[in-house]
Design a protein around this ligand. Structure first.
Ligand SMILES: O=C(O)CCC(=O)C(=O)O
Length: 282
C-alpha cells in the first residue's frame, strides 16, 4: 500500500456520489444520468465539441467493409489511435495535449468526478486516458474481435473507467456490457481471475458459467453515464445498425505514472489546482 493510500481522507460526498460509490462497491458498476452530476451548460458544451468529430468519423467510415478485422476497423478514436482532424495537428502522432480548460479534461479531472473514483479506490487516482470514441456499425458482423469479447482490463485489478454516451445506444449500437460483481473479491472474481493466464475466456463456457441475469447490457439514451471497475468482465462495441458515440475516462493508482496516454498543458496554473486534481493530472 502506497503512502498516498495511507494518507487518503475520504471526501464529503453528496447523495448522487454516494449512490455511485455504493453501486461500484456492490456490483462494480453504477449507471446514472450525466445531468445528475453536472449542469446542462456543460453537457451542451461537450455535445457541441464532439459533434465535428462525429461528422468526420461518419465520413471516414462510410465505406467500411463487410467485417471488422481489428479494433481500428470498428473504433475511431478522436484523440489517440486513428487520428482525425485536430488530433493530427495537435498530437503530431505523439500524445495529445489537452489545455487545462478543455471541456473533457474539466469533466474527467473535476473534483466531482475524482471524489467518486478516489473514494472507491481509497486513494488519489491518476487520470491516464481520456478520449472520444465512434464505434462503427457493421451490419453483417458475426464474429467478436478485441474488446468486443469478454475480458478483464490488464492495467490494474480495479481500474475504473467512466463512459458517457453521446448517442442513443440500443442493442444494435453495441452497448457496453458488464458482469456484475466480477472484479477481484466479487462473486465472479475467481473465474478466469484478473492477472491469470486466460485473457479472453471461451464464449460458450462463459455463458454457461455466468447466469444471464448478472450479465448487464448497458443500453440507454445519450446522457447515460457508466462508472465501472473494468478489472471485472466487460465487452462492447459490436454495433450492427447504429454507430455508438461516447467519451471514455480511465483512472489508475498513482504508481502507474508511466501509463498516461495524453499530456496536459497547465499554462502555469498548476498551483491553482486542488491537490487531488493535480495528482490526477500530473
Ligand atoms: O467498447 C466497449 O464497450 C468495450 C470497451 C472496453 O472493453 C474497454 O474500454 O476496456
Amino acid at each position: 500500500v502506497s503512502a498516498a493510500a495511507h494518507s487518503f481522507t475520504p471526501p464529503a460526498l453528496d447523495g448522487v456520489q454516494q449512490r455511485v460509490v455504493g453501486a461500484l462497491q456492490e456490483d462494480g458498476i453504477a449507471v446514472i444520468r450525466f445531468a445528475e452530476l453536472f449542469d446542462e451548460a456543460l453537457w451542451e458544451e461537450l455535445a457541441a465539441d464532439i459533434s465535428p468529430f462525429v461528422q468526420q468519423a461518419h465520413d471516414l467510415t462510410r465505406d467500411a467493409g463487410p467485417q471488422p478485422e481489428a479494433k481500428d476497423d470498428f473504433l475511431v478514436r478522436r484523440f489517440e489511435g486513428v487520428e482525425v482532424g485536430e488530433a493530427e495537428e495537435n498530437g503530431k502522432k505523439g500524445k495529445y495535449v489537452f489545455a487545462l480548460d478543455n471541456p473533457w479534461l474539466r469533466v474527467a479531472g473535476s473534483e466531482r468526478m475524482l471524489d467518486i473514483v478516489n473514494t472507491y479506490r481509497r486513494q488519489w487516482t491518476r487520470l491516464y486516458y481520456l478520449d472520444n470514441w465512434f464505434t462503427v456499425p457493421f451490419p453483417n458482423s458475426d464474429t467478436a474481435v478485441g474488446s468486443q469479447r469478454w475480458h478483464r482490463d490488464p492495467e490494474e485489478a480495479h481500474v475504473v473507467k467512466v463512459f458517457v454516451y453521446f448517442s442513443d445506444v440500443d442493442e444494435g449500437a453495441g452497448p457496453f456490457e458488464y458482469v456484475r460483481s466480477s472484479s477481484t473479491g466479487g462473486r465472479y472474481g475467481d473465474l478466469w481471475p484478473w492477472g491469470g493466464k486466460v485473457r479472453k475466456p471461451p464464449p460458450d463456457e462463459f455463458d454457461r458459467t455466468i447466469p444471464a441475469e448478472d450479465r448487464l447490457s448497458l443500453t440507454g439514451p445519450a446522457g447515460t453515464m457508466i462508472f465501472c471497475d473494468t478489472g471485472g468482465f466487460h465487452r462492447g462495441g459490436l454495433a450492427r445498425t447504429a454507430p455508438r458515440v461516447l467519451s471514455i475516462f480511465s483512472y489508475v493508482s498513482p504508481e502507474e505514472k508511466g501509463r498516461k496516454r495524453f499530456k496536459v498543458d497547465f499554462g502555469g496554473r498548476e498551483d491553482t489546482l486542488s491537490p487531488q486534481v493535480r495528482a490526477a493530472l500530473d
